[in-house]
Design a protein around this ligand. Structure first.
Ligand code: GLY
Ligand code: MN
Ligand code: MN
Length: 447
């Protein structure tokens, strides 16, 4: 049984087959696993596998290397850590070479310390070496060294590949389109993350610290199988939410302020990325309500427009016009409306993009096909998953607006899968309507 994944082993084989199909004849692709990263002295951060390597293997150990060898008969070779009784007593079990062959569908598996000895014959006489150039500088050098080693044996009849091919785009394009099994995992990651957001709403109270609410989220993630968050959890009270990637989470929660939470669990490697903004004390003020409803309406307009062949550029334009008009009506933007729309005046307060691809990475891979104006022109297609996350951020020190607006920062973020007829909103288990949030926070619902 493959551990750490909810994706069947057969799907990893299918992914490798798809990759093989795009390799040049008689070539070899090298994928490096992630490494453990030191936190301090002799302690490490929780291990996170390299996501390209993971996509092709489901193998969740550091210090491993995958070779995809394309010839008359394609071959999959893994190098991994050796079984080692002492190391395993101290640091944990290792899969080892035998199990890797039995359970991970590789044809051959060797220990990593055999690589230098064996790599020459794998690379010899291939026309091209494929690797994700630039992903890891040390590995790029290692690949060059191996090629050089083959070259140095030319008098023994070895021939080194004439080209190194960057295969980043191939693997990224595969990852961009999610399979049914991936969508199912992402649905689950979203489901559990939404429940965690609900818990955070219920636990919010004046005087608590942001990190206490973070702990509630992490607790709920883990209760549903997501031991780690997919990215640094953002719990930002009041003006802290004007820092987009605020992860200090160290302040106390204040009465009449909002709390912005951007948090998602990682389930079997797949990220959820959900943001909710709600009043610390459970009741929106008039000004908070006004901005919140504007952001929510903008989000709903954008979500409705997620259909095959539409683009993030088109959605951005819709949302930008809508927010500009809304901010104008509230008196936050002043001037002539048509000119404000022309100038995309909302960008003063909507300071980031509308969304991004989501998958094994929170900011997932895949070309946005941005044009020279940096508009994202990629046509949506079934199987893509993206976030829709408009926001309005009014810093405390913005003297151009009335004091009542200052310090309000609101983002609402859902995860949307493109389907053949439109879209599916994966974020279904946490409310976002004002009345629903206030009801949940009042404690008078059993949800
Ligand atoms: N959580 C980071 C983002 O929303 O892009
Ligand atoms: Mn996001
Ligand atoms: Mn987010």
């Amino acid at each position: 049984m493959m551990k750490h994944t909810l994706i069947p082993a057969s799907e990893f084989a299918t992914r490798r087959t798809r990759f093989f199909e795009q390799m040049p004849e008689n070539s070899i692709a090298l994928f490096n696993a992630g490494r453990e990263v030191t936190r301090s002295n002799d302690t490490e951060y929780p291990f996170c596998q390299n996501k390209n390597f993971y996509y092709l293997t489901g193998f969740n150990e550091p210090d491993a290397l995958l070779l995809l060898i394309k010839s008359d008969q394609n071959k999959v070779v893994l190098f991994s850590r050796p079984k080692d009784a002492l190391q395993e007593v101290w640091h944990g079990r290792r899969i080892g070479q035998e199990l890797a062959i039995q359970e991970y569908g590789v044809d051959e598996c060797f220990t990593l310390d055999q690589i230098d000895e064996l790599i020459v014959d794998y690379i010899n006489a291939k026309t091209s070496v494929l690797t994700c150039v630039g992903e890891n500088e040390a590995f790029d050098h290692q690949v060059l060294k191996w090629i050089t080693k083959v070259k140095s044996q030319s008098r023994n009849g070895k021939t080194a590949p004439a080209t190194i091919t960057d295969c980043t785009a191939i693997i990224h394009e595969l990852r961009l389109i999610k399979s049914d099994a991936e969508l199912d995992v992402m649905r689950k990651a979203n489901h559990l993350s939404g429940i965690a957001h609900q818990r955070a709403m219920k636990q919010s109270a004046v005087g608590k610290f942001e990190y206490q609410i973070e702990a509630e989220l992490l607790y709920e993630f883990a209760q549903h199988g997501a031991r780690y968050p997919a990215y640094g959890t953002i719990v930002a009270g009041g003006n802290n939410a004007n820092i987009l990637h605020y992860t200090d989470n160290s302040d106390s929660l204040k009465d009449n302020e909002l709390l912005l939470i951007d948090a998602g669990g990682e389930l079997a490697g797949y990220a959820a990325d959900i943001t909710r903004t709600f009043p610390v004390n459970g009741i929106f003020t008039t000004e908070q309500k006004a901005i919140y409803q504007l952001v929510l309406d903008a989000q709903n307009i954008a979500i409705e427009a997620v259909t095959p062949n539409n683009t993030l550029a088109a959605l951005n334009s819709l949302v930008c016009d809508f927010l500009t008009e809304g901010l104008y009506k509230l008196g936050i933007l002043q001037g002539e409306l048509t000119q404000l729309i022309e100038e995309k005046a909302c960008k003063k307060y909507f300071i980031h993009g509308l969304g991004h691809w989501l998958g094994l990475d929170v900011h997932d891979v895949g070309d946005y096909q941005s044009n020279e104006k940096r508009e994202q022109m990629r046509a949506f297609a079934p199987g893509m998953v993206l976030t829709i996350e408009p926001g309005i951020y009014i810093p405390l020190n913005d003297l151009s607006v009335e004091p009542k607006w200052r310090g309000i920062a609101i983002r609402i973020e859902d995860n949307i899968a493109v389907t053949s007829i439109g879209h599916e909103n994966l974020t279904t288990t946490v409310p976002k309507e004002i009345a629903e949030i206030e009801l949940l926070m009042s404690g008078s619902t059993s949800n």
